[in-house]
Ligand binder design. Structure first.
Ligand SMILES: [Zn+2]
Length: 115
């Protein structure tokens, strides 16, 4: 599977909602999840409903006041930032690896020429 173009459909989205709310998605899946969320009104609605059940019901029991819509929006926002940050870290790690490999190759070449 081409992970860069990892796209999920509505059916998969629905299955992933619970894992998303529980912070159990891996980075690629989460990225695809959020991308789908942004383009699909039905799934946004579905997520709101699930979030209401997931986060709202425990709070009803404790009598806590809450604004679920804002909470959901800020959760999506923070998850999106996580995805971007983790992606940057992965890219950085990859660049460092590449630099190291190049340095090793360069030193072999230099050794071959001057030794
Ligand atoms: Zn959808």
């Amino acid at each position: 599977m081409d992970r860069d173009n990892y796209v999920i459909n509505c059916k998969t989205f629905e299955k992933l909602i619970h894992d998303f709310l529980a912070d159990r998605l891996d980075n690629d899946t989460e990225e695809a999840f959020i991308a789908h969320l942004e383009g699909c009104e039905n799934c946004r609605e579905e997520l709101s409903i699930q979030y209401l059940v997931y986060a709202g019901l425990p709070k009803l029991e404790t009598g806590e006041t809450f604004n679920l819509n804002n909470e959901l929006i800020s959760k999506i926002e923070s998850e999106r930032n996580h995805v971007i940050r983790r992606k940057k870290l992965t890219n950085l790690a990859y660049s460092m690896e590449m630099i190291t490999i190049c340095a090793v190759i360069a030193s072999f070449v230099l050794l071959a020429i001057f030794a």
